[in-house]
Structure formats: structure tokens, C-alpha cells
Design a protein around this ligand. Structure first.
Ligand code: NAD
Length: 334
């Protein structure tokens, strides 16, 4: 199967491209390289350009008429930046995605798998959320994701477009062969920052927010190994029509997490265990747009996709550490 992967030079996109290849499929990458590094495209079929460039999307489909599905991952993704630059976030994540979806439908390529986010969820008692839990996106970034979910559902109801919306929880770790991983020079993700503190590239790891109503005051997340997340996409692409048939709807929303909640302090403890040494920690107030967090109820992923996460947080930490040692070789910077 040929699959268009927008944002395929990114952290999750490059890992998903590899998982597709391992399952015998061919990813076709479309990425502007706004964020993702060229090194992550490797030797894949690659179009450098923007998702809103309709002529480019036409050319991609003309040159690859056997594209069966699009995984739309391209987006701006940094929560605090979205608070400072809302226009850029709404333009790129919302307006440009609409152009892409409309063009895909016009070109007769109506299957879209969309990267949504657990950051849509409001805080609920016990912190476990299923797909019907109340939504309360706390940042412009999260609101762009909610808007696209709504647009996809409305377009699926009115046009040929068909959508599977995956609400990712918190991907961590790297590709098991260490060919890609977190590439930001100063990673905003918690594990990337922990690795930097552990390897002495930062003087300490900062826990942002220590007075949340969780068991130890720090935020709670559902950390999923990025390879497990990548595999969920492969299953969703392979079973696309069956998933919607089971759902009896033209679109479906599915949580993709492990089902376990881990606080930031617990992650730091787990990290020290895998690393074999304590990591210096500093405490600070929450960043703008930060949510207390949630973990996934994964019943639907199990029942509808037939997928569950199989790797542990420790596996992900170990792979992130190994990637931290290796990444300079691939990226050209530490
Ligand atoms: N990383 C997370 O914690 C997380 C959690 C939930 C959801 N998601 C979603 O998953 C997707 C992938 O995230 P990621 O962590 O791999 O981010 P990433 O920044 O590494 O990847 C996104 C890619 O999209 C590209 N891009 C951005 N705007 C583009 C445009 N207009 N046209 C073409 N390419 C464009 C970037 O160059 C980048 O390579 C995003 O949609 C993100 O919102 C990520």
C-alpha cells in the first residue's frame, strides 16, 4: 500500500514511515522541513513543500496514483509558542489543513488519518479519559487540533472524505534502530529535556508545575513509546475501511496511549533507574498553556483497531538515552 505522510520528516512521521516500510508499505513523504530535519527523510520518496500547495498535492497524486491513504501529521506543535504566535498556528494547522483535505477529496483520495492530541481533554476526576470525555483545549495549539477534528467530521458527513482521528497521548523514545528520535536542539518534550540534563547538556531538569491536584503535585501523562504509536498508524491504515464500518460512521476518534498514567516525578524516578544515576531537578511554575494532564482509556483502540501498546516506559527511556548519544552523528548537532 502507498501512503502519503505529511510531516514525514518529523519525529513521529519519520518513525511512522519506517513502521510502514517494515510492514511492506511505501510511504510518500511531504514535508516543508519547517521543523523536521532532511536527515530523517533518508532515501524515501520525498516532496519538499507545503500542505496547502494544491498544485504540489496534485503532482504527488499524479506521480503516485496508487496512494490509498494520507496520514496528516504536518503541523506546528510547540504549545508555549502557540500562545505567543496564534496566527501562525491557526494558519498552518487549520487553514492549510483545510486546503489539503479539500484537495485530497477533489483528487479522489478521501482516506485521511489525522494526528490529534490528548491535549484536547479537560481535566477529569481520576485523570482517565475515553473518547467521549469532555474536551477543554487549554492552548491555541490544542484548539487547532479540536478545530480540525470538527472540520474532518463535518467534511466526512458531507463529502467523500473519510477520517480516522488518532488522539495521541505523549510519545517518547526513539525508533528502535536509532535512526530517528527527538531532534529539537532544545527539546520541549519532557523526556528530551531529561536526557539533556542527564548527559550534562543542561544543568538540571525543570519540573514545570508542582501544585497540581495529582498524587504528587506534578502533571500526569500517558507516555507511549513512539514505535508503538507508529505501529498504531500501520494498523489504522491497513484496517481503515473496517474501522469505519465497525464505527458505522464516516469518521472515528480513537485514543492512542498505553492506558497508564505516570506523573512527571514518577518519570524522573524511572529515568534515574534506567540511567543508573540521579538527575538534578529544579522546580518551576507551569508554562503557559500547560495542562494537568490525562491518561488514556484504550478500550476503543483495542476493540476497533485491534492494537495495544506493547513497550514499556523503561524501554522508551532506554531508547531515548541511546538516541541522545547517537543523534549528533545523524543530525550534525548534539
Ligand atoms: N509529539 C507529540 O507529543 C504529539 C502529541 C500529540 C499529537 N502530535 C501531533 O503529531 C504530529 C507530528 O508531531 P511531531 O512530534 O512528529 O512533530 P514534528 O514537528 O517533528 O513534525 C511535524 C512536521 O510537519 C512539518 N510541517 C509543519 N508545517 C508544515 C506545512 N505547512 N507543510 C508541510 N510540512 C509541514 C514540519 O517540518 C515537521 O517535520 C503533529 O500533527 C502533532 O500535532 C504530537
Amino acid at each position: 500500500m502507498k501512503v502519503l505522510v505529511t510531516g514525514g520528516a518529523g519525529y513521529i512521521g519519520s518513525t511512522t514511515a519506517k513502521a510502514l516500510e517494515e510492514a511492506g508499505h511505501t510511504p510518500v513523504i511531504l514535508d516543508s522541513l519547517l521543523a523536521g530535519p532532511r536527515a530523517f527523510v533518508r532515501d524515501r520518496v520525498f516532496y519538499e513543500g507545503d500542505i496547502a500547495d494544491r498544485a504540489l498535492i496534485s503532482r504527488v497524486v499524479e506521480e503516485h496514483p496508487d496512494i490509498a491513504c494520507t496520514i496528516h501529521m504536518a503541523a506546528r506543535i510547540v504549545v508555549p509558542e502557540s500562545v505567543e504566535q496564534p496566527y501562525e498556528y491557526y494558519r498552518d494547522n487549520v487553514a492549510k489543513s483545510l486546503e489539503l483535505f479539500d484537495q485530497l477529496v477533489a483528487l479522489g483520495r478521501p482516506r485521511v488519518l489525522f494526528s490529534s492530541s490528548a491535549s484536547l481533554y479537560g481535566t477529569v476526576e481520576g485523570f482517565e479519559v475515553d473518547e467521549r470525555s469532555p474536551l477543554a483545549p487549554a492552548s491555541p495549539y490544542a484548539r487547532t487540533k479540536l478545530m480540525m477534528e470538527m472540520a474532518l467530521q463535518d467534511m466526512a458527513a458531507a463529502t467523500d472524505l473519510r477520517a480516522i482521528i488518532l488522539r495521541y497521548f505523549n510519545p517518547i523514545g526513539s525508533d528502535p534502530d536509532l535512526e530517528s528520535g527527538v531532534y529539537a536542539r532544545e527539546p520541549s518534550h519532557v523526556l528530551g529535556q531529561l536526557v539533556m540534563a542527564a548527559l550534562g547538556q543542561q544543568d538540571a531538569f525543570t519540573i514545570t508545575g508542582t501544585e497540581h491536584p495529582t498524587r504528587d503535585g506534578t502533571g500526569i501523562r500517558d507516555y507511549i513509546h513512539v514505535w508503538d504509536l507508529a505501529r498504531a498508524h500501520v494498523v489504522a491504515v491497513e484496517r481503515f475501511d473496517d474501522v469505519l464500518a465497525t464505527e458505522r460512521a464516516p469518521s472515528a476518534v480513537i485514543n492512542v496511549g498505553t492506558g497508564d498514567g505516570v506523573t512527571v516525578r514518577e518519570l524522573v524516578t524511572g529515568f534515574a533507574k534506567v540511567f543508573g544515576r540521579e538527575v538534578p531537578v529544579r522546580e518551576a511554575p507551569p508554562r503557559p498553556g500547560d495542562a494537568i494532564g490525562a491518561f488514556a482509556n484504550v478500550d476503543k483502540a483495542r476493540e476497533v483497531l485491534g492494537w495495544t501498546a506493547s513497550m514499556t516506559v523503561e524501554d522508551a527511556i532506554a531508547s531515548a538515552l541511546a538516541w541522545g548519544e547517537r543523534r549528533e552523528e545523524i543530525l550534525g548537532y548534539p
